[in-house]
Design a protein around this ligand. Structure first.
Ligand code: ZN
Length: 429
């Protein structure tokens, strides 16, 4: 099948040329169209004509979520209102909602990006896509819908919830692709199992949006539905919405659409690039967005870039799953550590429970020491603690790039609270 949206033949040099042209255009557009950006650039002493190479990106000031909320309700608007055709807003869990405006071209670009996601997941126009995410002012439902129709597959706009109806649709319409949150997919899969519907459905692929999911959950959904693949689709309202990338059928990381935005992975403390393959904060600069362009937007989401080429041959670079948020970072022996990253590492280990604590101490030698206390799994054998701890220490050293001592404690010996438990105990001062 010919790939309409993927531009599979584009080269790295051509991508870089597109990025430079897009960066120059974006900076000029934002400077002339937005009071906010003009003020920011003037304060930083940088003019659009100073952007001559991709290296010059680092001369530009950052944009933060406080900037968006401080300029509510129309932050970053860079076009006259007559050119705006739609708005979307984030759900607004912290402070005010983030509101983004879109021009007709922005909507069109988003549809193309999202269509590329379906293409990357190996869908064809024969596929029937049951979209079980929320429709409304947020970007989820309409994004999945738009991309599906642009791609040319058959969209079933089911929305979230209503399990009986969802199951009926799976059977009656012979849905081949489910798009939902991970928890919704699990619920559906368990109901398919308990009602014995597995032989009556035809689900081949599941696309997860929005939530992080464990490997165990993914495997369970795959098995219960009899699906061949599960994909992760990232996205944020600030950068159009869902559809900024997708893992391909090799599942070696998320290919991201570097012809639509530049992704920098920066150390959240120094705001300098991290070393290749290290975890850092995702900072976005859009290359085509008209309504509300994003320039060096600090998303606070953490991931790492994946070096090398994917077996699929896609020219688009890859980032890993999002491992957490930069807000809760701490530093041990000069290495940035994120509790969410430790959590993610622990969630992949066998033999332990989900509760853990991180203790930080400075000993007489002046050095910092990290101890990770983890609960043994329910019914686990204390005789295996030593082996278990050594294995986890090795993985933490390899993936978080810092040594720590792992202490296995009894099941249910760490405190559980209603609210999110306190994980980090810093005793160094
Ligand atoms: Zn690939």
């Amino acid at each position: 099948m010919q790939k309409r949206f993927t531009q599979a033949s584009i080269t790295t040099d051509e991508l870089a040329a597109l990025q430079l042209a897009g960066l120059k255009w974006t900076v000029h557009h934002a400077y002339t169209g937005s009071d906010f950006y003009r003020k920011q650039f003037d304060e930083a002493g940088v003019k659009p004509e100073d952007i001559k190479s991709l290296e010059d990106l680092k001369r530009l000031p950052f944009t933060t979520s406080q900037d968006l909320q401080g300029n509510y309700p129309y932050p970053l608007i860079s076009v006259p209102f007559e050119d705006v055709v739609r708005l979307h807003a984030s759900s607004g869990t912290t402070g005010k909602r983030k509101v983004m405006v879109y021009t007709a071209k922005d909507i069109d670009d988003w549809a193309d990006m999202f269509a590329r996601c379906y293409e990357t997941a190996g869908l064809s126009r024969e596929d029937r896509v049951q979209i079980c995410v929320g429709y409304g002012v947020w970007t989820a439902g309409v994004g999945f819908q738009l991309g599906c129709e642009r791609f040319g597959a058959f969209a079933i706009p089911a929305g979230p919830g209503n399990i009986d109806m969802q199951l009926q649709f799976l059977v009656d319409f012979q849905t081949t692709v489910i798009c939902s949150t991970a928890s919704m997919a699990l619920l559906l899969a368990e109901e398919v199992q308990s009602r014995g519907l597995r032989d009556q459905i035809n689900v081949k692929k599941v696309i997860f949006g929005a939530e992080r999911s464990s490997d165990a959950l993914r495997q369970k959904v795959k098995t219960l539905l009899g699906a061949e693949h599960i994909f992760d689709i990232p996205g944020l309202t600030e950068i159009y919405g869902p559809g900024t990338g997708l893992d391909c059928v090799h599942h070696t990381g998320i290919h991201y659409w570097s012809d639509y935005y530049i992704l920098e992975i920066l150390d959240p403390e120094t705001l300098e690039p991290v070393k290749e393959g290290e975890v850092g904060e995702m900072v976005y600069t859009t290359l085509k967005k008209e309504g509300a362009p994003m320039i060096r937007y600090r998303s606070r989401d953490l991931t790492r870039l994946i070096p090398g080429d994917c077996p699929c041959g896609s020219p688009f670079p890859r980032h890993d799953k999002i491992v957490g948020r930069s807000d809760d970072m701490f530093i041990v022996r000069g290495v940035n550590i994120y509790p969410s990253h430790i959590d993610e590492i622990l969630s992949r280990q066998q033999g332990i429970g989900s509760e853990f604590q991180i203790h930080l101490d400075r000993l007489d030698d002046g050095k910092d020491y990290m101890t990770i206390k983890v609960e043994r799994e329910e019914g686990g054998d204390p005789a295996s603690d030593r082996n278990l701890a050594t294995g986890i220490e090795r993985t933490v050293r390899k993936e978080a790039l810092v040594s720590g001592q792992v202490e296995i404690v009894d099941y249910q010996s760490l405190p559980r609270t209603e609210r999110k438990s306190k994980r980090v105990f810093d005793n160094r001062n």
